[in-house]
Ligand binder design. Structure first.
Ligand SMILES: Nc1ncnc2c1ncn2[C@@H]1O[C@H](COP(=O)(O)OP(=O)(O)OP(=O)(O)O)[C@@H](O)[C@H]1O
Length: 323
């Protein structure tokens, strides 16, 4: 089935109930999202803090269950599968977390961590677990002789390499990388990005790459989706999107790149430093374009209906009544 995307997401919805003790208020974290990722392709997901990027990553890896929608992995809808029924599919999609400090169990050696990942899915026969563990460490640029060390004995960049090795252990077809370098020192970020590039080239891996860093996304991704308060407002090929952005929000984001500290701050950059684009909690559903209050080109129709994504050129789509 060459035409079936590796990942196809349709009408994905996830709402959270905030502070249930103080009245029911709902956060529409993901509010009707659709996209595809083809075998070996890299789709970037960008947007300000609170736009729903991580929630999409957690839904696609089924750490979260969606309220509605389809998540098709190689044609099979896994959106509603129970944890047990999901198990065989977990091999295909692995998550690399933002924070390599908290995602590794401090009580286990690196060899144990990788060994467990290998055994969970019977990726290799038992007698080969140790040699495959050493191979994985080498593949991510770590010394295989350090398999007996604990996570705290490694630097931040090395720990992220261990997280990547753990994801690779089950031979996934798609990696969801959620801000994989934003918790690292700037000097280390490029090294980890180079590793991801090499793995993509060598293993033909597909990526859903979540990031605030528009420069990194431009470098790494084939296509880019721009998320605004739970919806994709623009999606297209990297070059089209960066050179000819159509949605006013994308234009605002790109215009801010050279001089906004939160996109390329000095020292350590953390996504939580990014101010939310708008109040995260809505009083209730409102008609119209969700960007209109900030939009420099809004017209009356923008208050009436939410614009749908429409094709502008060659697969490039934007959701705007005006542009
Ligand atoms: N478990 C949860 N319970 C309640 N609200 C949540 C939960 N997880 C996420 N949210 C809310 O959903 C919205 C989207 O959050 P999400 O973390 O997906 O955004 P993000 O774009 O990844 O932001 P960041 O870049 O800051 O990580 C936010 O308003 C967030 O507060």
């Amino acid at each position: 089935m060459p035409d079936v995307p590796l990942l196809e997401v349709r009408d994905l919805v996830k709402h959270f109930t905030a502070r249930p003790g103080r009245g029911r208020r709902t956060v529409a974290a993901v509010d009707g999202v659709a996209f595809t990722v083809r075998e070996g392709e890299t789709l970037g997901l960008v947007g300000e803090s609170g736009s729903g990027k991580s929630t999409i990553g957690r839904l696609v890896t089924r750490l979260l269950r969606p309220d509605r929608g389809e998540i098709r992995l190689a044609g099979r809808d896994v959106a509603a599968l129970s944890a047990r029924a999901m198990r065989p599919h977990r091999r295909d999609v692995q998550l690399v977390f933002q924070d390599p400090y908290s995602s590794l169990n401090p009580r286990h050696t690196v060899g144990d961590i990788l060994g467990m990942a290998l055994r969970v899915h019977d990726t290799v026969p038992k007698p080969q677990v140790a040699s495959r563990t050493r191979e994985l460490l080498g593949q991510v640029g770590l010394d295989p002789a350090h398999a007996g060390r604990y996570p705290h004995e490694f630097s931040g960049g090395q720990r992220q390499r261990i997280g990547i090795a753990r994801a690779l252990a089950v031979q996934p077809r798609l990696i969801v990388a959620d801000e994989p370098v934003s918790a690292l020192d700037v000097s280390i970020q490029a090294q980890v990005m180079n590793l991801l590039e090499d793995l993509r080239a060598d293993l033909g891996l597909a990526f859903l790459f979540i990031s605030h860093d528009l420069a990194v996304v431009r470098h790494f991704c084939d296509r880019v989706a721009v998320l605004y308060r739970g919806r994709i407002v623009e999606i297209g090929g990297r070059d089209q999107l960066y050179t000819d952005p159509r949605h006013p929000y994308t234009q605002t984001l790109l215009a801010a790149v050279p001089d906004i500290a939160w996109l390329r701050g000095g020292g350590v950059r953390r996504s939580r430093d990014v101010p939310p684009s708008a109040p995260a909690v809505e009083p209730g559903p409102q008609p119209g374009c969700r960007f209109r209050a900030r939009c420099p080109v809004a017209v009356p129709v923008c208050a009436e209906s939410e614009p749908a994504l429409t094709v502008r050129a060659d697969g490039h789509q934007a959701a705007c009544h005006v542009r």
